[in-house]
Design a protein around this ligand. Structure first.
Ligand code: CMP
Length: 146
């Protein structure tokens, strides 16, 4: 059964590894059903990561996510949530390099904050975040989200 997930290429991924990451997505046979490149506003980044608002790294995370363009993608395939998480590897690249050396984070993350890509953790979150991102960001705002 086909499933959707939300993938985000974060600012450091966009700066240095955008084409390689997109190539991996295509090689993984995900269908890219929607995509949007945008510089996130603080408000949008804070809302997107609201689950993490009490974490000590929250303000750093929001600063990082707003520092340049992100590419947000709706990826569709069978078992897309798990497949994309497996392709990303663990959150922390030092763990990723041990556990999943071919993963995107093992290869392209700078550190646990600038870990190059994001993916939804389950199908319900995927639906919520897809609705949030692709509902909030109108076509007319492409490239500069207020
Ligand atoms: P992501 O999977 O998008 O979800 C939350 C993000 O917070 C995570 O990727 C990292 O970018 C960041 N993050 C998680 N843990 C830490 C940490 N210990 N220090 C700094 N940033 C973190």
């Amino acid at each position: 059964r086909l499933e959707d997930t939300l993938a985000v290429i974060k600012p450091n991924g966009m700066e240095q590894h955008r084409e390689e990451i997109l190539q991996e997505i295509r090689a993984g046979e995900f269908s890219i059903m929607q995509q949007k490149e945008a510089v996130l506003s603080r408000e949008l980044a804070e809302e997107f990561y609201r689950e993490h608002r009490d974490k000590p790294f929250f303000s750093q995370l929001v600063d990082f996510m707003c520092r340049g363009p992100c590419l947000m993608l709706v990826l569709t395939k069978e078992n897309a949530v798990e497949e994309w998480r497996a392709m990303m590897g663990p959150t922390d690249p030092s763990e990723a390099r041990q556990a999943a050396p071919d993963s995107l984070r093992a290869r392209f993350a700078r550190d646990v904050l600038e870990n190059s890509v994001h993916g939804s953790s389950n199908a319900q979150h995927a639906r919520q975040k897809i609705d949030f991102i692709f509902g909030e960001i109108g076509e007319e705002n492409e490239g500069n989200v207020e």
